[in-house]
Write a protein that binds this ligand. Structure first.
Ligand code: SF4
Length: 202
């Protein structure tokens, strides 16, 4: 188990280096708007659990961010904390929820407008799988802002066009880690993270 391996102040840097695009965008949206709606909280929260955040760390992480927005500490403790404990199997039926796979994320319905910014809909960060659910033009702009080369962007967009979303994600991995062939077949955001960490630390 990874539990307890990550400290909260590493998350910003890790989100840039080792998170798949879906989680990188959710992290950014959370930092920018200090809120995520339920779907995004589940997708991102379970991912963080998968990379090793303990329940205590998760509660601290979400609370710190939410109280910078419109949620006060009391409201957080009464409402959101429950669902976080729940996702760690500490409430309700005590199901220990596992992080979503790419398939589950890709097969979800596209997010409706505002299903992730909660407070003010000022950004257009797309959650779920950005290769599947983003408008290609927005995806292109996003990749440009991440300094992906024009030829790399073309390759990613070709794969998206052919509906090969996970292959597009693999290509994004190769481009951002400067490898020719990732040598595994991607099916889970947490796998992406683990492989990235292996590569960067090895
Ligand atoms: Fe996330 Fe999987 Fe989509 Fe990659 S293919 S962005 S890991 S959901």
């Amino acid at each position: 188990k990874n539990t307890g391996k990550i400290s909260l102040d590493q998350i910003d840097a890790l989100s840039v280096k080792s998170f798949p695009l879906c989680m990188r965008q959710l992290h950014r949206a959370l930092r920018d708007s200090h809120h995520l709606r339920h779907g995004g909280r589940m997708q991102y929260g379970l991912f963080l659990k998968g990379i090793g955040l303990t329940l205590e760390q998760a509660l601290e992480f979400w609370k710190k961010e939410f109280i910078r927005g419109k949620v006060d500490a009391d409201k957080f403790d009464k409402g959101y904390a429950y669902s976080i404990r729940h996702s760690y199997g500490k409430e309700g039926k005590r199901t220990d929820y596992t992080p979503y796979s790419c398939m589950k994320i890709i097969m979800s319905n596209p997010p409706s407008q505002g299903d992730y910014h909660g407070v003010k809909c000022t950004n257009t960060v797309i959650v779920r799988c950005p290769f599947r659910h983003s408008d290609p033009e927005l995806l292109k702009q996003k990749l440009q802002s991440y300094k992906i080369s024009p030829s790399g962007i073309t390759q990613v967009l070709e794969l998206v066009k052919g509906m090969h979303y996970q292959l597009a994600c693999q290509k994004y991995f190769e481009l951002t880690h400067d490898v020719d062939d990732i040598g595994f077949s991607l099916n889970h955001p947490n796998q992406y993270f683990t492989e990235s960490q292996k590569l960067l630390s090895g």
